[in-house]
Design a protein around this ligand. Sequence first.
Ligand code: HEM
Length: 428
Amino acid sequence: MRLMNLAAGDTRAAIDVARRRYGDAFVFGFGAIRFHWLLGAAANRFVLQEAAGSFRNRAAYRFLEPIGGPSALIVSDEPEHLRRRRRVQPAFHQRRLREVAGRAMRAFETWGDAALARGTLALQPSLRPVVLDQVIDVLLGPDMRSRYPGLRTDLAGMMAFANQPFLAQLLRVPLPATPWWRFTAARRRVDAALYAEIARRRALPEADVDGGVLSVLLDGAGDGPPLRDTELRDQAVSLVSAGFDTTTAALTWCAWLLCDDGLRQRVAAAVQDVDIEAAPSLPEVEALWREALRLYPPAPAILRVSAETVHWQGLALPAGSLVGLSTFHTHRDEGLWREPLRARLERWLGDDPVWAAPRDAFAYLPFGHGARYCIGAGLARTLAGAWLAVMLRRARWQALRPEAVRPIGTTLSPPQGLPLRFEQLPRT
Ligand code: HEM
């Protein structure tokens, strides 16, 4: 009973209780949310590598289909997944990300001016529109926002639906003023804008050189037959929606870790020592990013559905079982990490073997693993590097209610979006 109460309010706490009682494999929930939780690095290896062929994505992430459509990568199973992924992957090439960094730094400079002028603000809701703009520019092209002025609000509106608790998302009542009604209206407008844009670009005599990932997909880079218009729409919407909330949350958690004086001094000193362009790739910035994603992985669970009967640690998973892997619990596992709840840059800097992160690839997987590894990991890191480079050079900040900061929500976030007080650093 206690488990059921906990599961209704806080899945992560419920998993902790169940794990103490039943070990690394157990079942809880009911109906559409009856989860088979498999915990720890060995479970991650089993599902994502050893027995990956026995698990499917579409049935697990079906609840995302209304947003990203049936051909989004996350809901595609093989062989279609591989075909689509081969088309999309080249569009995220490293060279393109370098151009993104400069544009993002300028946007964050402007955001920083406003944050410093205000002094106090809730970080996550304040950053969300800026990150959304950056993600739209990269994925759909920088002219897209001016050509379709309502697009940004509608995409954010669609995400508001996806950010509701899991059960609330299953309530799809087509009545005016319900969340589902608002969602479908926003989706109709987004789809109209995207199909109009795809048609416009197809009619252009020459390739659109600055049209973001969408234009690269239209130009037909990558292997295999080109994507159809419906597939292009699905990639565009699903990439934006997979990217902007997760990246905003990750950035917010980086800022939270930097409220610790010792940690902040180390990263800020390194950043202030180099040119702004070099700051994002500093080892200290990378270590901060990794540590934020370890303690607060914005995607705290990875889901699959078994396609056949599978056995793991004595638990039989009949075909059709919904399986949950917890990045959150793996990253806080005392068997894998020394004092897991402490943020320590040394885990990643290679300067202190006592604190070194485990070598096991399945002990740390904020972006998943293998064939389904997050396609936007580099983009998220680029945007975070740009924000950290800009803000660590000009400001310091403190949480207004540090005692209240704990991870909540399906995209792991701090309560009230992390209210912070910003203070300008003296110019050097
Ligand atoms: C800090 C930010 C992000 C985090 C923590 C994150 C996390 C993840 C994780 C854990 C997966 C694997 C899911 C699974 O195996 O079931 C994934 C997949 C994916 N992510 Fe991300 N993501 C982030 C940013 C982004 C961005 C910026 C984009 C797009 C621009 C993106 C697009 C995708 C896509 C399309 C997939 C599915 C890949 C496939 O199935 O082939 N993500 N992400």
